[in-house]
Write a protein that binds this ligand. Structure first.
Ligand SMILES: Nc1ncnc2c1ncn2[C@@H]1O[C@H](COP(=O)(O)OP(=O)(O)OP(=O)(O)O)[C@@H](O)[C@H]1O
Ligand SMILES: [Mg+2]
Length: 234
């Protein structure tokens, strides 16, 4: 479904991705794990067109999207739930959700999707007219997830969705991500919590220093001695 091929990108003099190639198959939950600074967020930014590729290619459902700007990537069906939640703090919960659907013109369907998200996250429904910046961290995370789903993506990318959340909220967030995959949306997940990500994924890649150094099923990576020592604290 998604293919990134020999992708090189960076910031000024820093090369963050040194030529990475990987694939996300339709219907799968694919995990991307790695240490701080490995290039995980940069990979997601490269896919969503926020950071240009210096070399390499991006394909999605046989459409070449190399060099495409963020609106075209979104239109193609890829949504990005960025690191650090990044809701629009001065806009209401409802306005934030509607921003996720800004490229859609089917207003009644958008309203139905919004209601579905309120059903999933009753806390957001109660706070629909409240400024997003006044929500708790967990509530902002729910809003960021809901906003990403408002574009009706075929692939949704989550960057550190569990960061800063209380354990029970982390569990709920992971359950929601699994459910998104189970209802047919393909997921690319970046997570610091390597064990949780490997445990729930269909396939995983390990990124080190801007390179993919290992790939396999979650179970294979969990069993790998290097992964166990460096990422699972075993
Ligand atoms: N805006 C930026 N300007 C300059 N360098 C950057 C920028 N963003 C990231 N980098 C550099 O690119 C490299 C990869 O960063 P990236 O944010 O992709 O890592 P990450 O794997 O997401 O790390 P973390 O787990 O800490 O979120 C790092 O060396 C980082 O310092
Ligand atoms: Mg990151």
């Amino acid at each position: 479904m998604l293919e990134l091929i020999n992708a090189v990108c960076g910031y000024g003099g820093v090369t963050a991705l040194q030529g990475i190639t990987f694939e996300v198959k339709a219907g799968q939950l694919v995990a991307l794990i790695g240490a701080n600074g490995a290039g995980k967020s940069t990979t997601l930014r490269a896919i969503s067109g926020l950071v240009p590729l210096r070399a390499g290619a991006l394909r999605f459902d046989n459409e070449v999207l190399t060099g495409a700007r963020p609106p075209r990537i979104l239109k193609a069906g890829i949504a990005h739930c960025p690191e650090g939640r990044r809701v629009f703090p001065h806009m209401t919960v409802e306005e934030n959700l509607d921003m996720g659907a800004y490229l859609r013109s089917d207003r009644s369907e958008v309203a139905a999707d919004r209601d579905r998200i309120y059903g999933e996250f009753p806390r957001l429904a109660e706070r629909r007219k409240q400024a997003a910046g006044t929500l708790s961290g967990g509530e902002q995370q729910m809003l960021a997830i809901g906003r990403a789903l408002m574009s009706r993506p075929r692939l949704v990318m989550f960057d550190e969705p569990s960061l800063g959340l209380a354990p029970n909220i982390v569990e709920r967030t992971f359950a929601i991500i699994r459910r998104i995959r189970d209802t047919g949306t393909t997921v690319l997940l970046v997570e610091q919590n390597a064990f949780a990500a490997l445990d729930m994924c269909d396939h995983a890649y390990l990124l080190e220093g801007g390179r993919i150094v290992l790939s396999g099923s979650g179970a294979e990576l969990i069993a790998n001695p290097h992964v166990r020592k460096a990422y699972l604290g075993a």
